[in-house]
Design a protein around this ligand. Structure first.
Ligand code: NAD
Length: 337
């Protein structure tokens, strides 16, 4: 059997090939494509029972139907989040869907901190300046985070790793989640209402999954509650933040800074080189014009450690599917007749 992988990044491919070789030796072929799955590209999967996908593949009802009609039976998502897959339709079609339920939370938490510090201390602007041999400090003044308040929205694996670092900085910790995490409580975190957290925190970092009830969690109302100089970091999923409301807030000169590793409309942009094209996403282009906004292209997970864990788990998920096993990573599987 030949397995096909979509949206494979250049640095990921050798790791993916090694992981699949370790599990399957030469029993199954692996075709790695840079293409992302969507309505236009789905027919290219025809004849492939197992398809590997990722966060910026669009697996809506139409794409899933095309895949199923072409013989696909299993989707292996190379990520934790699966908001890009219509699981209800996948189940109706009798597909098996698996994901990587956990891998290095440090990759994302450390990157969220990199964004927070870069925004707070104007690191990118400073680096641009020194490259031009402009060594002035005007406009580069940041503030200590020690003694300030970090608001952690979602205290699962990544949120907890983020909170541990905040604790190391000597920050006061506020948390919001549907379940309190003993590890965060042990760090001195105080769980409060969402509104309270937004109003109190100097730094708000988002670590909940994108679900119907977390979509636009940070909307105009939420942004209005935040301190004028608060920093907002989103390294979870773009849909958590209402981009229009964020733009309106920034236009009004509010918020100390924003670090976004994810963006609502990132599919079709992130992971691709668009540098020679006209930027047609007006909202993203406008976001880039604010000197206190930093955007990265869904890079938080991208450490060698995390990618190795992702591809190894993905290979095991495919192995489980082939062996007829259901593992902890299985999101959907055909109902037994
Ligand atoms: P996790 O499952 O360990 O933690 C998620 C937390 O959110 C849990 O504590 C859960 O109780 C809480 N939660 C779930 N639904 C909620 C709701 N409706 N309201 C409030 N809290 C809720 O997941 P994780 O491994 O920490 O990952 C968190 C998210 O980070 C993922 O869902 C994914 O979207 C994102 N992520 C981003 C990247 C990246 O590269 N930028 C990489 C990996 C994960």
């Amino acid at each position: 059997m030949e397995i096909v992988a979509y949206g494979v990044l250049k640095d990921e491919e050798p790791l993916l090939r090694t992981a699949f070789h370790q599990v399957f030796a030469d029993r199954h072929g692996l075709r790695c494509l840079g293409l992302f799955l969507n309505q236009d590209t789905a027919p290219t999967a025809e004849g492939h029972e197992v398809v590997l996908c990722g966060v910026n593949d669009t697996l809506d009802a139409e794409v899933l139907r095309t895949l199923a009609a072409g013989g696909t039976r299993m989707l292996a998502q190379r990520a934790t989040g699966f908001n890009n897959i219509d699981l209800t339709v996948a189940e109706e079609l009798g597909l098996t869907v698996a994901r990587v339920s956990s891998y290095s939370p440090y990759s994302v938490a450390e990157f969220a901190w990199a964004l927070a510090l870069a925004v707070d201390r104007r690191i990118v602007r400073a680096a641009h300046r020194t490259r031009e041999f402009d060594f002035r400090l005007d406009g580069l003044m940041g503030r200590d985070l020690h003694g300030r308040t970090a608001g952690v929205v979602g205290t699962g694996r990544i949120g907890t790793a983020f909170a541990r670092i905040a604790h190391g900085f000597g920050m006061r910790l506020l948390g919001w989640d549907i379940a309190e995490n003993p590890e965060c409580l042990a760090l001195g975190m105080r769980y409060v209402e969402h509104e309270w957290l937004l109003a109190e925190a100097d730094l708000v970092s988002l670590h909940v999954p994108l679900l119907s009830n977390t979509h636009h969690l940070v909307d105009a109302e939420a942004l209005a509650l935040m301190k004028d100089d608060a920093i907002l970091i989103n390294s979870s999923r773009g849909g958590l933040v209402d981009t229009d409301a964020l733009l309106e807030t920034l236009r009004a000169g509010r918020l100390g800074g924003v670090g976004l590793d994810v963006y609502e409309e990132e599919a079709g942009l992130f992971f691709l080189d668009k540098s020679l094209e006209v930027m047609t996403d007006e909202r993203l282009a406008r976001l880039m014009t604010f000197n206190n906004v930093l955007v990265t292209s869904h890079q938080a997970y991208f450490t060698r450690d995390a990618v190795e864990q992702i591809v190894e788990t993905t290979a095991r998920n495919v192995e489980d599917y082939i062996a007829g096993r259901t593992g902890d990573n299985t999101l959907v599987r055909p109902t037994p007749a």
